[in-house]
Design a protein around this ligand. Structure first.
Ligand code: CU
Length: 686
């Protein structure tokens, strides 16, 4: 009894109790409790709970019986987000037997989580002419609290719906999409606040985290990821200039929150202009960083920058993960994030200092780019190769942090390599992080861009050279050493969409861009189940329970950046499931370059047939002297630009615009869309 009293007294003297008291007055004590607890029957936020661990404690489905898993139901979401301009990356949320899911068109559906039957739907009616789109129409998910569902829209509004009816309760504009802003991340709800990131890093925006009042939508505070004059970090930008005000540093993903420390954590994306550092000498905080703020007030607490003076588009785009561990016999509070660099950054979340070790090492220099003298190298293993191979036609190639100017330089990882937006789960049972990676080499060049509000502001480009391979890795990284425990090479890029979820049943669930849904042994990596869903399976799965039955759900709707087949389906699996697999969809490309048969036409449509990021035909054969007409029939601006920098370009074509180019020299001409360098075309001139 005395010990019990002592314990109470001890608790009384710690800050956690203060937070405990605060949460008595919290707006939604039940959701707050679920958010603070290990993930059980319900999946109430994008990352499962406040840690973003995506670790479910459910064990009904486990390594011994997962082979029996079949489809319990599959529901198609009425064509929402079905098409080539969309990606389906959201994790469905589940509460009390109801599933809530949002598509790439920002439409929300409530389904019976046991049967897949529709309960209500909300059509966003979102403006289809939004042109400030970097990387496809996508929504990474919802948050819930106070009887509301929260999400960010592509037009930079945060919206709240009534969970019972799907009716809109409030809508708050964070910014205007016309100025380059948008929202693709899932927000985080906790203790009456909704935290939302913002996108627009390719449009010269000023990134920020915004905290809104959950009940009213009122903006309570905002913390800019780019410092104003005299603010912390302003010394890392050139004095007397306003480059920091359009330096990007956006937030692609859901924050995590430690209620005991009272801190909210998030990862910050690339610097703008992406590939041109010439005018922004300095480290450029808080680009490509992990940041901790006081959760209630937004006051700065600490930061760790992963890449100084980023010129490679090395976003920190994957959600941060909180975990507790023991290092050298000492219990430690950790935070980790998988970068586009291919490394996992493992820090102490109380102070932002490395837990395992990260060394500042000298790197090659390019004075015109004002490159940083050193870069952080985490001790441990990278999940993808960090050096490019030389190939014909390119004189220059190098490893990570190799600088470049106007002559293309091959670098690996590319700016869309390593781990991109996909989440990285953590299992306290294995102590492993499960890290998806993209293996892709880019040719980087700088050309400079003039800043115009709402226009692309990237200052260069990166494209995978024709004929180079694109693949992936799926890696278990030991959180205690930052070294590889096991690794699978995957035929497709998987770091940019999918991601996985891990369970106390010893399983990792993940989707493949070729439509397969997989279950792996979390400890050994052994594949235990492979099930063809029929659509690109590029969203992170979730695990839940209804009436004593465990289910695993995955949204399968493809991903335009991964090149996977599109769809509008949610698949749900259980041990009692009866549905078998579907026919496989066309797999994504594994070699960079145009695909399809060679036509003989002189008119090329961009974004035709609902495939926004494509040329049709992608390959054509013409006689020397032919004038080719390029017409943009897609929804957003595109161009056709010779892969030989400066040789020819249509310039940006708005929806409906046309431009002609005459080809007089025989030869093979490859071209790309400069804002979307994963679109390829080929013109064979005879
Ligand atoms: Cu394009």
């Amino acid at each position: 009894m005395r010990r019990y009293l002592q314990r109470i007294l001890l608790l009384l003297s710690t800050p956690s109790l203060l937070l405990g008291l605060a949460s008595i007055a919290a707006a939604d004590p039940e959701i707050d409790r679920l958010l603070r607890s290990p993930i059980g029957k319900d999946w109430v936020t994008n990352g499962g709970n406040l840690t973003n661990q995506r670790y479910s404690t459910l064990t009904q489905i486990n390594t011994t019986n997962v082979k029996q898993l079949k489809g319990a139901w599959m529901t198609r979401l009425k064509g929402s987000g079905l098409g080539g301009k969309y990606s389906f990356e959201a994790s469905p949320l589940v509460k009390d037997g109801i599933m809530y899911v949002i598509t790439g068109n920002d439409d929300v559906f409530a389904l019976d989580a046991k049967t897949g039957a529709f309960l209500w739907e909300y059509g966003s009616g979102i403006d289809q002419t939004i042109s400030t789109v970097c990387c496809g129409w996508v929504n990474r998910g919802l948050a819930m609290g106070d009887g509301l569902l929260f999400f960010g829209q592509f037009d930079a509004n945060v919206v709240a719906l009534d969970m019972k009816t799907g009716k809109m309760v409030w809508k708050t504009a964070i910014e205007k999409w016309q100025d380059g802003y948008g929202i693709t991340s899932a927000p985080l709800y906790y203790d009456g606040l909704v935290y939302s990131g913002i996108t627009g890093g390719e449009f010269g925006v000023r990134g920020r985290l915004t905290a809104l009042d959950a009940k009213t939508g009122e903006i309570k505070w905002r913390w800019y990821t780019l410092p104003g004059p005299g603010e912390i970090g302003s010394e890392t930008w050139p004095a007397g200039t306003d480059h920091a005000m359009r330096g990007g540093a956006t937030i692609w993903n859901t924050p995590a929150l430690d209620p005991e420390l009272g801190l909210v954590y998030f990862a910050v994306g690339n610097c703008g202009p992406d590939y041109d550092g010439s005018m922004r000498e300095g480290d450029n905080l808080f680009c490509t960083s992990i940041v901790a703020l006081k959760a209630k007030t937004g006051e700065y607490v600490w930061h760790f920058q992963q890449v100084h003076h980023d010129i490679w588009d090395y976003d920190a785009a994957s959600p941060v993960v909180l975990f507790d561990t023991v290092i050298d016999g000492q219990p430690r509070k950790g935070i980790a994030e998988a970068g586009r660099t291919g490394w996992v950054y493992i820090l102490d979340r109380t102070n932002g200092k490395p837990l395992i070790g990260i060394e500042e090492r000298p790197v090659p220099q390019e004075p015109r780019q004002k490159t940083a003298k050193t870069q952080p190298y985490p001790l441990g293993d990278s999940v993808v190769p960090q050096c490019a191979d030389g190939i014909a036609g390119y004189e220059n190639y190098g490893c990570i942090f190799e600088p470049f100017w106007e002559t293309p330089v091959l670098i690996q990882p590319s700016g869309i390599g390593g781990t991109n937006w996909s989440p990285m789960p953590y299992s306290p049972d294995t102590g492993y992080f499960y890290v998806p990676g993209t293996v892709r080499t880019s040719a980087f060049t700088r050309y400079g861009d003039k800043y115009v509000v709402g226009k692309r502001y990237v200052g260069g480009s990166q494209a995978a050279p024709i004929g180079t391979t694109m693949s992936g890795t799926f890696t278990a990284i030991d959180s205690r050493t930052n070294k590889i425990a096991w690794q699978h090479k995957t035929p497709y890029r998987i770091g940019g969409g999918g991601g996985s979820t891990v369970t106390a049943g010893g399983l990792v669930f993940r989707g493949e861009p070729d439509g397969n849904f997989l279950a792996l042994d979390a400890k050994t990596g052994q594949e235990l189940l492979r099930f063809q869903t029929g659509f690109g399976a590029d969203a992170p799965p979730v695990v839940y329970e209804v009436d004593g039955e465990q289910f695993v759900a995955i949204a399968t709707g493809g991903n335009q950046l991964q090149g996977s087949a599109y769809g509008d389906a949610v698949w749900v699996f259980s041990l009692n499931g009866k549905l078998g697999p579907l026919w496989p969809p066309p797999p994504p490309a594994t070699i960079a370059g145009p695909i399809g048969p060679i036509a003989s036409v002189d008119a090329i449509k961009i974004g035709d047939g609902n495939v926004e990021y494509s040329y049709w035909p992608a390959r054509t054969r013409i006689k020397a002297g032919t004038t080719v007409t390029f017409t943009n029939v897609g929804d957003i601006p595109h161009d056709a630009s010779s892969m030989k920098q400066g040789e020819w370009t249509t310039g940006a074509l708005a929806k409906g615009e046309t431009k002609t180019v005459t080809f007089s020299k025989p030869g093979i001409h490859y071209y790309i869309c400069s804002p979307h360098p994963w679109m390829y075309g080929q013109i064979i001139v005879e």
